[in-house]
Design a binder for this molecule. Structure first.
Ligand SMILES: [Fe+2]
Length: 192
């Protein structure tokens, strides 16, 4: 299944790279455009959707020197925690269910608060490398989302809200792991 799907997915990603006019790096707008193409071709990724009973799961669908593409599934109360994306720009799109995105903002008293926006199918969210956010499935309905980054995601720093700012807690390399037949080449289940 994976072998049959990969050439068409590769072709779609490489076409998007050519069309963006900057083959060595894709910005937020170009990454959002790539996700639009993918949503229009669910046969390229929907066979890889895998739900864990209680855990968040993600698998790498594509990765080269310019861009990486991930498929994620979320059960109720799964969240990423507050994080950045290293030097990468990115875009994500919910394709089933709904996800709550929390972004730091200044509250009325000057302290940092987390503002929630519900992301649903039909809209793509894109961002530059400075974004810090937490993504959370608060609903009982499982969610599925597609995420793309350029340059490929290599590390993520996690943060705590600390009064009028954010406090960096730790930085982790992005884990890329081989997985078995029938699911993406690299897949990870994240315990919550
Ligand atoms: Fe993120």
């Amino acid at each position: 299944m994976l072998d049959a799907r990969t050439p068409a997915l590769d072709a779609l990603v490489r076409q998007a790279q050519r069309e963006c006019g900057s083959p060595d790096a894709m910005g937020p707008t170009a990454l959002a455009g790539l996700l639009e193409k993918l949503v229009s071709a669910p046969q390229l990724w929907s066979p890889s959707v895998r739900h864990e009973p209680t855990s968040r799961w993600y698998g790498s669908l594509f990765r080269d020197d310019v861009v990486d593409l991930w498929l994620l599934t979320w059960q109720q109360d799964n969240s990423t925690d507050l994080h950045d994306h290293g030097d990468s720009s990115g875009a994500f799109r919910v394709v089933s269910g709904a996800l709550s995105e929390f972004r730091p903002a200044l509250g009325n008293d000057g302290d940092v608060v987390l503002r929630r926006t519900v992301r649903r199918p039909g809209a793509t969210v894109s961002f530059g490398p400075r974004l810090v956010h937490d993504v959370h499935n608060v609903d009982a309905v499982p969610a599925v989302s597609l995420h793309v980054y350029s340059p490929p995601l290599s590390s993520m720093t996690y943060y705590d809200v600390a009064g009028r700012g954010l406090s960096a807690r730790h930085t982790e390399p992005v884990e890329v792991r081989d997985a078995g037949e029938g699911i993406p080449e690299r897949a990870v289940t994240v315990e919550v």
